[in-house]
Design a protein around this ligand. Structure first.
Ligand code: COA
Length: 188
């Protein structure tokens, strides 16, 4: 499993990050609504810049595991979010995904489009066996999104991560390659 170049969906391109994306990325990484259920944030400009530079440096790593991608709207080229594709076990072809979107663009189907793009890329292009996501037990938007796409809820971690100073429960959602309905051999 090596590098990603770009994943294209109907309205979006999930592509490698660039330092020019800074302003668009800071817009959502500094928004308390967006980071409510995340371990980091809201970010200062300096924090966003440091993390962006670190994530860009991953692009040149040999045997790369962490892919943080810019989610760009085709046409306007506005970067409205980040999509994460994290290789957790290379031998067993297991990948964790993550995603967050500028709150001005919520509830317009972009979340579903991003995750379907990541699944298509993982299962059809990278030959991944299992893709999972972990989300806060009160993150209704993310739970609904994952359930709607067909992820199976497999786990409930009690007081799993400290978010904004509070130990919080998390759900584990997963999908196997053979369960992915957009896989050519799974159709029909
Ligand atoms: C979670 C998140 C990515 C959802 O993105 P989105 O673009 O709004 O999702 P979609 O528009 O594709 O919606 C998917 C489904 O979830 C529903 N949904 C989305 N947000 C919701 C919310 N806050 N409450 C209830 N339902 C919600 C949508 O209505 C839709 O269902 P429907 O088709 O039956 O109407 C977005 O809210 C976000 O970036 N949140 C902050 C970061 C985050 O929590 N990331 C996930 C970490 S695990």
């Amino acid at each position: 499993m090596t590098g990603i170049t770009a994943v294209e969906t109907k309205r979006l391109i999930l592509r490698e990050l660039d330092e020019d994306d800074f302003e668009d990325i800071h817009e959502f990484k500094s928004d308390p609504q967006v980071v409510k259920y995340l371990t980091w944030g809201p970010n200062s400009r300096e924090q966003t810049l440091q993390s962006l530079r670190k994530q860009i440096a991953f692009q040149n790593e040999e045997n790369r595991k962490l892919h943080v991608l810019a989610v760009e709207i085709k046409g306007t080229k506005k970067v409205i979010g980040n999509a994460l594709f994290m290789v957790r076990d290379q031998d067993f072809k297991t990948v964790e995904i993550g995603y967050f979107i500028n709150s001005n663009y919520w509830k317009q189907g972009y979340g579903i489009e991003i995750v379907k793009g990541l699944l298509d890329f993982g299962f059809n292009t990278m030959d991944v066996h299992r893709i999972y996501a972990v989300c806060d037990a009160e993150n209704t938007g993310s739970i609904k999104l994952l359930s709607k796409i067909g992820f199976r809820q497999e786990g409930h971690f009690i007081k799993n991560l400290k978010i904004k100073g509070q130990w919080r429960d998390h759900y584990l959602f997963a999908m196997l390659s053979k369960e992915f309905i957009n896989k050519p051999e799974n159709e029909g």
